[in-house]
Design a protein around this ligand. Structure first.
Ligand code: FES
Length: 173
C-alpha cells in the first residue's frame, strides 16, 4: 500500500475503518484553527495508528489541506502511519541489553510470534519493535509491552510473558 507522500506502507494490514467513530472528533474541532495535532492524537487513540483514508477524511472535514495533514502526521514521531498490533513489544537493543543477550530475546520473540522485527502478527495482536535504550539498563535485557517493563529477560522468560498475554486475550481478560 502506498500513500500520497510516496511512502510505502508495507506493514499495513487490510482493516475496516469505521468512520463513524470520527464524528465526535470532527464536531469538536471543526472550524477551530491550530488544532490539527490534537485531532490527530485523538484519531490515533481510536485506531492505534493513522490510516491514510482517515487522514483524507479528516482533511476534508476540518477544512485543512491534505498535504498539511500528511505533513504533520509524518513529521512528528508520536504519529504512526502503519497499522500496529494491540500489544506493542518494544525490545531494547541498546548497548547494555545487546551485551546481555537482546538478540537471543529477539529470536525467541520472533519465533514465538512468527514475525520479524517491525512486523505485526496476522491476528493483529502483537507488533515487535526494536528500540534504543529504555532507560533501565540495570535490568537488561529489557522489553516493554503496553508500558510495562520486563527485565532480566531470558528467551524462555520472554516466551512465557508473551504466552501469558495470548492466554489472557483468549480468555478475554
Ligand atoms: S540498553 Fe536496554 S535499557 Fe538501556
Amino acid at each position: 500500500m502506498s500513500c500520497c507522500c510516496g511512502k510505502e506502507n508495507e506493514n499495513a494490514k487490510e482493516m475496516q475503518v469505521d468512520f463513524e467513530k470520527l464524528a465526535p472528533i470532527v464536531s469538536k474541532y471543526k472550524g477551530t484553527k491550530g488544532t490539527l495535532i490534537s485531532v490527530l492524537q485523538e484519531v490515533q487513540e481510536i485506531y492505534n495508528y493513522l490510516p491514510m483514508e482517515v487522514l483524507d477524511y479528516i482533511a476534508g472535514e476540518i477544512g485543512v489541506k491534505p498535504a498539511k495533514v500528511y505533513g504533520v502526521a509524518t513529521f512528528y514521531t508520536q504519529f504512526r502511519l502503519d497499522a500496529v498490533g494491540k500489544h506493542i513489544i518494544m525490545l531494547c537493543q541498546g548497548t547494555a541489553c545487546h551485551v546481555n543477550g537482546s538478540k537471543a530475546i529477539e529470536e525467541a520473540v520472533c519465533d514465538e510470534l512468527n514475525i520479524k522485527e517491525g512486523e505485526t502478527t496476522e491476528d493483529n495482536l502483537f507488533t515487535l519493535e526494536n528500540v534504543a535504550c529504555l532507560g533501565c539498563c540495570s535490568l537488561s535485557p529489557v522489553m516493554m509491552i503496553d508500558g510495562e517493563t520486563y527485565g532480566n529477560l531470558t528467551p524462555d522468560k520472554a516466551r512465557k510473558i508473551i504466552r501469558e498475554i495470548k492466554e489472557n486475550e483468549s480468555k478475554g481478560v
